[in-house]
Design a protein around this ligand. Structure first.
Ligand code: CU
Length: 113
């Protein structure tokens, strides 16, 4: 029962934080992909949050977890052209590096608290 209560408390705290502004509650944390860069990076989110990536370039990028040298297989989504979006949900705390498969100098990090 103890852990169940703790979980409830964490959810309540997150809800309070998000409730600070109704606009903020409606727009999940986001990363923009623009001129071969992920912005902002690193991005910090609470565990269980969804992070939405939006492509602002005309060409295709990907968000692929890990690094080009060491993929971890957690996620890989193409962003095909301007306006394309992809959402990643991370439930475990940690640091999640990601990169673009087509432009390996494009790298970012999601910090899940
Ligand atoms: Cu790219």
């Amino acid at each position: 029962m103890g852990t169940r209560w703790q979980g409830t408390m964490v959810v309540a705290a997150v809800a309070l934080a998000l409730g600070a502004g109704s606009a903020a509650a409606q727009s999940p944390p986001g990363v923009t992909v623009q001129t071969f860069q992920f912005k902002p990076t690193p991005i910090e989110v609470a565990a269980g949050s969804k992070v939405t990536f939006t492509n602002q370039d005309d060409i295709t990028h990907t968000i692929t977890s890990g690094t080009p040298e060491s993929r971890d297989g957690k996620f890989s989504h193409p962003l095909v052209g301007k306006g394309a979006t992809a959402t990643v949900e991370l439930t475990q705390r940690g640091v999640y590096p990601y990169f673009c498969e087509r432009h390996r100098s494009m790298r970012g990090e999601i910090h899940v608290k």
